[in-house]
Design a protein around this ligand. Structure first.
Ligand code: TRP
Ligand code: SF4
Length: 329
């Protein structure tokens, strides 16, 4: 372990199979950051239950998630990999920090307000949902994280975390560093139906697509709705496919845009180019996954090592917290 490296903590909710949104929004960053930070990456299992009360085959979901992480380059030799649900210290610290969190802060949190607005009535919003940012704060503080990579949507949570920890430190001294965000600037990847990419909309391109299923999904992608016939001129700026080209075929965008506007290129060819690009990108991930899946027990071993290491760090922090608060005699 190198002591010079800053400590970085981040989590991903166990909501099902990973898609390109996870890859571009989170995993590329994690892979890069693990070279320069002391990284702790975890499956945010409890957080996943804020949206659903039951997750089918959760152990399988977790195993697939970790294999997906590794298939794109997360390396258990470099990073500590573990499950939030194996760390009671997160829950202990969350309980403590909840006392330092005025209700108004949580109710004003934009992610929470959106949620309440979407629900018929506030009655269906759980306490767990309300205190989501408190648990997140505990997730990072229990390892004294200095840096937290998050997407822009999570920024309000991290701002709350800093307030909560500041309030704790004000009473008990500088126990927790204020975690700084590492923002991932990612172009928003839309789903194949041009809505936000989400498992629940069934519009995601998954990391586990076969070349066959990938081809199918790309065929279903919404193009410029005004371009009905091959001879109609199109507008790439309103086309989902073109949004993908901007990320995956930047070198061909000028040509595609011009071809679309002049009806020089058809949507079928345009989708064909995207298919080649995406399939080429997914291919090495598939190969790595096959290799990882051929080693039974691998994920259990990785979790055993990661959780042992995480436990040592979490207990160190909690001992300090228990001591300064007077829980130990
Ligand atoms: N809320 C994060 C998300 O949905 C996941 C998460 C849970 C997290 N705990 C965290 C991210 C701690 C960073 C740090 O993306
Ligand atoms: Fe979209 Fe390409 Fe068809 Fe233009 S040619 S509408 S960019 S799929």
């Amino acid at each position: 372990m190198s002591n010079e490296k800053k400590r970085l903590v981040s989590g991903m909710r166990t909501t099902g199979s990973l898609h390109l949104g996870h890859l571009e929004g989170t995993l590329r960053n994690w892979t890069r950051l693990q070279e320069s930070y002391d990284c702790f990456f975890f499956c945010a299992v409890w957080h996943a239950f804020t949206d659903r009360l039951k997750i089918d085959n959760l152990p399988g979901v977790i195993e697939e998630m970790i294999i997906d992480w590794m298939s794109v380059g997360i390396d258990p030799e470099k990073s500590v990999i573990f499950r939030q649900s194996s760390m009671p210290q997160h829950a202990e610290l969350s309980t403590i920090l909840s006392m330092f969190t005025p209700l108004g802060w949580l109710e004003r949190c934009p992610t929470f307000k959106d949620e309440v607005r979407d629900e018929e009535s506030g009655e269906r919003v759980s306490l767990g949902k309300l205190q989501y940012p408190v648990l997140m704060t505990a997730d990072v503080a229990v390892y004294k994280a200095q840096a937290v990579p998050v997407g822009r949507d999570q920024l309000p949570h991290l701002e709350l975390s800093r307030e909560i920890l500041r309030r704790f430190n004000h009473q008990y001294g500088e126990i927790f560093p204020e975690p700084a965000e590492i923002l991932s600037e990612v172009p928003m990847l839309l789903g194949i139906d041009n809505r936000k990419m989400s498992k629940s909309y069934n519009n995601a391109i998954e990391l586990r697509e076969t070349s066959e299923s990938l081809k199918n999904k790309i065929q279903q992608m919404i193009t410029d709705p005004a371009r009905v016939r091959r001879t109609d001129k199109g507008n790439p700026d309103v086309c989902t496919v073109y949004g993908y080209h901007k990320i995956y075929s930047p070198d061909r965008c000028a040509e595609i845009s011009e071809g679309c506007r002049s009806a020089g290129i058809g949507c079928r060819d345009c989708k064909g180019i995207l298919y080649e690009r995406l399939n080429g990108m997914l291919e090495p991930f598939r190969a790595k996954r096959v290799q990882l899946e051929s080693r039974p027990g691998l994920v259990s071993e990785i979790l055993a090592v990661g959780e042992t290491r995480a436990r040592v760090e979490a207990e160190k922090t909690m001992d300090e917290v228990r001591r300064v608060m007077g829980f130990l005699s």
